[in-house]
Each structure stands twice: as C-alpha cells, then as structure tokens.
Design a protein. Sequence first.
Length: 249
Amino acid sequence: MDDSQLLRYSRHILLDEIGIEGQQKLLAAHALVIGAGGLGSPAALYLASAGVGHITLVDDDTVDLTNLQRQIAHTTARVGQPKADSARVTLQQINPGIVVSALTERADDARLAELVAAADVVLDCTDNFATRHAVNRACVALGKPLVSGAVIRFDGQISVFDPRAAGNPCYSCLFPQDQKFEDVACSTMGVFAPLVGVVGAMQAAEALKLLMGVGRSLAGRLLMLDGLNMEWTSIGVGRNDACPVCAPK
C-alpha cells in the first residue's frame, strides 16, 4: 500500500484483527454484488469504502423515482439510468482507487457460473426466490461463500452460506427449491427504508470478515430482525442431508 492507502484505511489497520495484512486481503479481493437496489446499495457502498479492490455489480433494472426512498446509491438526477451504472458512479466517487464493473443484465445459470467463478465472495441482494436459488446453486458448485439478505415491510433477515466448510447448509437447505414460496414485492407490500440499510450494511460486514478470514460468520445461523419492535432473533440452520443442491452425491 502507498501512503494514501495507508491513510485512507488507517482505521481498519489500527484494528488488531485486521491490520495491514487484512487490509491487503481486501485490496486484492473481488466481490460480486447481485442487485444494486435497496440491499445492494449500502452493501456495495461499504465494500467500496472498505477498499475491496474489485466490485462487480449486476442489475438489469433502471433507477425509478420510487427507488430513491431507500436505494441510497442512486440520485434524483439518475432516474432512468441503469442501476448498475448509477451505483458504479457512486462507488467510484467514494473510492476512486478500486475497480467497479457494472453489468446491466439478468444473469442466467451459465452467466452466473462465470461471474461467481471470478469472485471471492458473493452478496445476494436480489428480491426473488428464482434468482436466489440460481445464485446459491452457482456458489455451491464453485465453492464460493454467499452472503444472503432480504427485507420486506418491517422485517429483515440475513445469513451466510459457506460451502467451503463441510456440514454448512446452503440456501436451499433453508428454503427448498421444490417448495412454493411467494415472492413479495416492495411495490405492493412496502418496505421501511432504514431496514435495507441495516441488513445491507451487515451483508457488507459479513463479506469483509469472510474475505479477511476474521471472526465468526453467520454460516449455520439465520438472523431475523423485527424492525417495528427492533428485536433480533437468531436461529440455527442445519444442513439438509437430502438437499439436492449441496448434499454429498
């Protein structure tokens, strides 16, 4: 690191658990953020400010006026622009020393496999089960840690699915692919704006910990937030030995 980087990241470097070695791991890392909306905005902002060297943003949507109540990577002036491009501008304004790749596309299974293979950690910031399951399958197949978050109304949840350790569950263990779960959209149910910031920031925190190899991740645990009463609940999540995605063949 040069003098400018040492100064920029000095508050990380001061932490015994991180230091120069941990910060260098972040600078050398590649994070894949799928979804540049309510969750992806704060998650990507913190990854960028923390110095993750390469961030890839994937989102096929454009900025809408209704997004601005909670999607803090975007501005009024960028309404109508692709979300991935808008978020890229914000991240590079925060930290011009990192690489940000913006992809305006909806990735299919083959494309997800390509993107996940190139990343060190994946953050699922999407809002539908089909994409979440597709991302999970790619992460399991390629052995990449997945940080998954979700928020609707006043409720949020976050967990880590890390296939690198034997016995860890995957997303499909918790929400089986063959069960019918109804996708609930913010456009019809609403969402309390600060909650996406809370969960998105926690996704960034878990991703940074995974990249540096510090602390204990949320693998095997699901945190649920009742934002109306501001209460957290933690439940254990076990591996499903019959899971068609992650069970040993």
